[in-house]
Design a protein around this ligand. Structure first.
Ligand code: ADP
Ligand code: MG
Length: 589
């Protein structure tokens, strides 16, 4: 399954595909240039070797002292070659590391800025696979595969020129053979590229599946679904193996074509060369030199053919990384941001004619012509059946999503005209399913205000009635709470989240069924904490129990994304049938 939020795969030329890499490569131009120089030294030395051999064979009758001098130069060349072979991978790997690390940073930073709409349609394991596997593939490509292939290709060209100079007729024949093979390999290459891209996607799907199931392991085990999950994982691999088989067949054909060309060339050279020698057109040293050229070209050709799929994998990996970078940010800062008026207490919130559908379900309006006016410092409750759009109201207010129509304001300023940082700093959200990070309680509480002191954190925790249970944890505030806070109970997680909100001291407090996972004793305590927290700021409460909002300044009844009624508890009991139903259901509880 391809994620709809990422750009669809395009058939681009390999060079165009790599274009986004150029700025990163430019930053590494020093290492890159040094690497290229070393590769050129390697190529030049290996290509000139047969000429040296030929020259020495021609000089076989010279005095030994002369030959010794020659050998000395040859040995120096060998040392230089070894030095270049040591240095080239070194600088190229450093370059590859630097480029890939930078790219990963960019991709990660971009991921952090992509809106929830992107993540609604994206599996984190799939993204993770791009950041890890694809990034590594790209590294290998940059540091090893591309340089090696470049040396191979250059060796082939230079060797070909020298071979042509040594023996034009024979070389012309070999070129014809090479041309035909290239055409065939080009055709195979396109197939390989498609298969490669599919394979990478499959690997990403496997990771996504494994990651998601590992993260939900308790549920898998609770429902005794281990065997089924294992078999789904195995099926994903079966699909992969079938695909792999096609890939291997194509790859094998490519290698076979290269081998056929290489060894066919040897036969041709031997045949034609021996014939030319018999005709007196060719001397043995020339035939030997020529043969060595063909051997060098042939082995370079083999090398390039072997690397071609890796190059394509690297191109595919690059593309997959850049797809993330090229995913446009939908929620962005305004070009000319406005600032909010300074306010002592809370801020006024307004919704006017807001119409919104989630991007993943554009045909279904979740809010329709929503109007809502919340005065500064007021305490407003949103009630309504599940799915009415209450949580969506919060999402829109914080610009997790932008509505298709209408306007949302904060103290009269449209939220779209505020910097995102400024806007979001106005709120603290406590939701029914609080997010707890796999770190210490302390860090969890000060997540929104990282510079808070231990004392400030403790004050917030006390206000949230969390201090007592935190103190009883093995390491108090330093206790690590496990992934998603698994070591805490629902109510404890909730109180940590409330302490986090208290510490942020927001202008607008958003409570989304914040006490729903607490037992009635804890709820009463937390409710007290929340009551204290609500003073001097605007509060929007989504309540799962009407009892907690009966004394709100205003109760807004939502249904189907519309405000169907608003007023105080008493007024609504008289005027709103839906509210009476909700209230009656609660009273029965
Ligand atoms: P409430 O909080 O009142 O129970 P929500 O605001 O969470 O309701 O949801 C309103 C509607 O929007 C529901 O029908 C829900 O299925 C849908 N919805 C909520 N979140 C998303 C999302 N991320 N993508 C698509 N649809 C969503
Ligand atoms: Mg909700």
């Amino acid at each position: 399954m391809r994620p709809a939020a990422l750009t669809s795969p395009r058939e681009r030329g390999a060079l165009r595909q790599l274009r986004p890499l150029y700025p990163l490569l430019w930053e590494q131009r020093g290492r890159l240039a040094l690497g290229v120089v070393l590769l050129l030294v390697i190529t030049a030395l290996s290509v000139s070797a047969p000429l040296v051999v030929r020259a020495m064979l021609h000089e076989v009758n010279q005095p030994w002292s002369q030959l010794i001098t020659w050998l000395f130069w040859v040995a120096s060349g060998v040392l230089l070659y070894a030095g270049a072979m040591w240095g080239a991978p070194l600088v190229l790997r450093q370059m590859g590391d630097a480029v890939v690390v930078k790219l990963k940073e960019q991709v990660f930073a971009h991921l952090l800025r992509l809106s929830p709409a992107f993540y609604d349609q994206q599996q984190s394991g799939e993204l993770l696979s791009r950041l890890s596997e694809d990034a590594f593939t790209l590294y290998r490509g940059l540091s090893t595969d591309v340089p090696t292939s470049a040396v191979g290709a250059l060796t082939m060209v230079l060797g070909g020129v020298l071979a042509f100079w040594l023996n034009p007729t024979l070389t012309a024949w070999l070129l014809l053979g090479a041309l035909l093979t290239f055409i065939f390999m080009g055709w195979l290459g396109r197939t390989l590229r498609r298969l490669t891209r599919q394979q990478q996607q499959m690997v990403a799907e496997q990771s996504a599946f494994a990651q998601e199931r590992l993260a939900t392991m308790k549920t898998v085990q609770a429902y005794a679904q281990e065997a089924r999950v294992a078999s789904t994982y195995a099926q994903l691999h079966q699909k992969f193996l079938a695909q792999r088989w096609r890939y291997n067949c194509t790859f094998g054909a490519m290698i076979a074509a290269a081998a056929l060309l290489q060894y066919g060339a040897y036969v041709l050279v031997l045949g034609v060369g021996l014939w030319q020698m018999q005709q007196g057109q060719l001397l043995l040293p020339d035939l030997i030199a020529y043969f060595v050229y063909v051997a060098i070209i042939g082995s370079s050709f083999q090398q390039v053919a072997h690397l071609l799929p890796f190059l394509q994998t690297a191109a595919g990996a690059t593309e997959r990384l850049f797809e993330i970078l090229e995913t446009p940010l939908t929620i962005t800062n305004p070009t000319r941001p406005r600032s909010l008026p300074s306010a002592k207490g809370g801020r006024a919130v307004g919704f006017k004619g807001v119409e919104f559908a989630y991007p993943s379900r554009p045909e279904r309006l979740v809010t329709q012509g929503l109007n809502l006016t919340v005065p500064a410092n007021a305490r407003v409750a949103l009630v309504g059946p599940s799915g009415a759009g209450k949580t969506t109201v919060f999402q829109l207010l914080m610009r997790a999503y932008d509505p298709q129509r209408g306007q949302i304001t904060l103290d009269g300023v449209p939220v779209k005209q505020l910097r995102l940082d400024d806007l979001r700093a106005q709120f603290a959200l406590v939701s029914q399913d609080p997010v707890i990070f796999a770190t210490s309680v302390l860090e969890n509480i000060r997540f929104g205000r990282t510079n808070a002191t231990q004392a400030q954190v403790e004050t917030a925790a006390k206000a949230a009635f969390a201090h007592d249970f935190i103190s009883k944890l093995p390491k108090g505030y330093q206790t690590l709470v496990g992934e998603r806070g698994v070591m805490l109970s629902g109510g404890e997680r909730q109180r940590v989240a409330i302490a986090r909100a208290i510490l942020c001291d927001p202008k607008v407090l958003l409570l989304d069924e914040a006490t729903s996972s607490l037992d009635s004793h804890a709820e009463a305590m937390v409710q007290k904490a929340l009551d204290r927290l609500m003073v001097g700021r605007t509060t929007l409460v989504i309540a799962h129990r009407l009892s907690t909002v009966q004394d709100a300044d205003l109760i807004v009844v939502l249904d189907g994304g519309r405000v169907v009624a608003q007023g105080t508890h008493k007024q609504l009991l008289k005027s709103c049938a839906l509210y009476r139903v909700l209230a009656a259901r609660q009273l029965r509880d």
